[in-house]
Write a protein that binds this ligand. Structure first.
Ligand code: IN0
Length: 433
């Protein structure tokens, strides 16, 4: 909390948001009876794998929460097998392809992941996830199994593909295909779970393209952000069709002397991701349940904010670029309806427009992609401007609370510093005495 607070010291509205999130956000008061040991353990795993996303899942309505939690953990299990380069392909392939059958095997566990695998323990105790999966309604089980089957086979095909193993993702079409397997299918599965629960209309399950775009937008943003982390473990997800216009090898983008090429290449891949944004808004605009809306919208607004931060940012090649916790929390608190979310998309599209420059080879295409977000807002939510001005009072209030607290924190910092100086001063005097 303290680090997040100081990171946002020059952004008073973020300080206000951090305080509101920490102390005044009504948290769902749902306690799992301790005798339901498997369920308790599943939610512990959920908290461990992703704290902030776990909170969003826990705020889903009762009719869908457990199904999404188990879907998430099953996918995480699959991912932990795919990710682990210490498992030989002869072993990995059947594990991935049969994972959809494994989740019916009561008592199944797996302890052959490498010791450094982050979610190793999840597979070591996977029997608890299986118990909870078997406790879900058949309609939910069927959706989870269908997606696990398709994803497991897609992952196995890639794990076996010699060209992919040597050069990484090749064409832009491949890029979409890879992202479809690991993220688009998640969107398709979630839409089916939402429809099946009765909380969303049955037609949502048929929105395959829109659901796929939701996943692609998230996954492509992750892939752009994780350039360095992935490269360091020799994973290459940026498609060759994009980087080969600038360099001979993906790793050359971070070499001194290639800075301009690196920034231009970054624009090309950011543009590729940005093109999914209007479809994500169309998907979100179809949702009717409040808890499902927030669950879906939060990762999306984080993605557009991240894209805006990554655009033209050379640090992508030297470190991991992440949005401040204060900014994240501010976005989370705002994700309550489509007007707010569209406004956030429009805001970051404008940030991108401001960073864009006419020397960029993608200048025009980026302007058009951002223009499409603006156009989406005007066409689908013609009242968006009057809505956002009516929300300004709230923003000003947040800003003022944050401002007062920031000033107080700055004063405290100054005061502590002075004390420290005085103390050091005295120490020096002592020495001289
Ligand atoms: C997700 C997605 C997710 C949530 C809501 C709707 C979705 C619709 C389509 C596709 C995916 C959807 O969200 C999570 C978000 C997440 O985990 N965020 C991390 C932050 C980070 O940087 O990784 C956090 O710690 O908060 C997500 O990224 N994925 C995911 C996985 C399973 C499920 Cl059920 C939902 C992963 C991925 C690969 C993008 C699909």
């Amino acid at each position: 909390m303290a680090t997040s607070f100081f990171q946002s010291i020059f952004y008073p509205s973020e300080i206000g948001a951090l305080i509101q999130y920490k102390f005044f956000r009504p948290s769902p008061n749902r306690v799992i009876p301790p005798e339901q040991k498997a369920k308790v353990r599943c939610y512990e795993f959920l908290n461990k794998t992703s704290r902030s996303f776990a909170t969003v899942i826990k705020e889903l309505d009762d009719d869908i929460r457990d199904a999404v939690c188990i879907f998430y953990l099953v996918l995480r299990g699959l991912d932990t097998i795919e990710d682990d380069m210490s498992i030989p392909i002869e072993k990995k392939e059947p594990l991935l392809r049969n994972f959809c059958k494994t989740i019916y095997k009561k008592g199944w566990t797996f302890d052959e992941n490498g010791p450094n695998e982050k979610d190793r323990q999840l597979l070591v105790e996977f029997d608890v996830v299986i118990d909870e999966f078997l406790g879900l309604g058949k309609k939910f089980q069927d959706v989870i199994v269908d997606i696990t089957d398709k994803m497991g086979n897609g992952m196995a095909d890639y794990a076996k593909d010699a060209a992919y193993n040597k050069y990484g993702v090749i064409t832009n079409k491949d890029f979409d295909k890879y992202c479809h397997y690991v993220a688009g299918l998640v969107g398709i599965g979630l839409s089916s779970l939402f429809s099946t629960s009765g909380l969303e209309k049955p037609e949502l399950a048929k929105e395959i393209e829109l659901s796929n775009s939701m996943g692609l937008f998230l996954q492509k943003t992750n892939i752009i952000r994780d350039y360095l982390d992935d490269l360091l473990v020799n994973r290459r997800f940026w498609p060759k069709e994009i980087w080969s216009k600038y360099v001979d090898d993906l790793a050359d983008l971070r070499k001194p002397g290639n800075e301009k090429k690196a920034i231009d290449c970054l624009s090309t891949i950011v543009l590729n991701a940005l093109q999914h944004a209007p479809e994500c808004l169309t998907y979100l605009n179809k949702l009717q349940n409040k808890s499902i809306f927030s669950f879906c919208a939060i990762p999306q607004v984080m993605a557009i904010a991240t894209l805006a931060l990554l655009f033209k940012n050379y640090n992508v090649y030297t470190s991991v670029v992440k949005i401040r916790k204060g900014e994240t929390v501010k976005l989370i608190l705002k994700c309550t309806n489509i007007f707010e979310v569209a406004n956030i998309f429009r805001y970051y599209a404008r940030v991108i427009i401001q960073k864009n420059d006419s020397k960029d080879p993608n200048f025009m295409k980026i302007s058009v992609a951002c223009g499409k977000i603006e156009q989406w807002c005007q066409t689908n939510l013609p009242d968006i401007d009057s809505y956002s001005s009516s929300q300004q009072d709230n923003d000003i209030m947040m800003f003022l609370i944050g401002f007062i607290l920031s000033a107080f924190a700055a004063y405290l910092l100054y005061y502590v510093n002075q004390e420290h100086l005085d103390y050091k001063g005295r120490e020096t005097l002592d020495v001289f005495d």
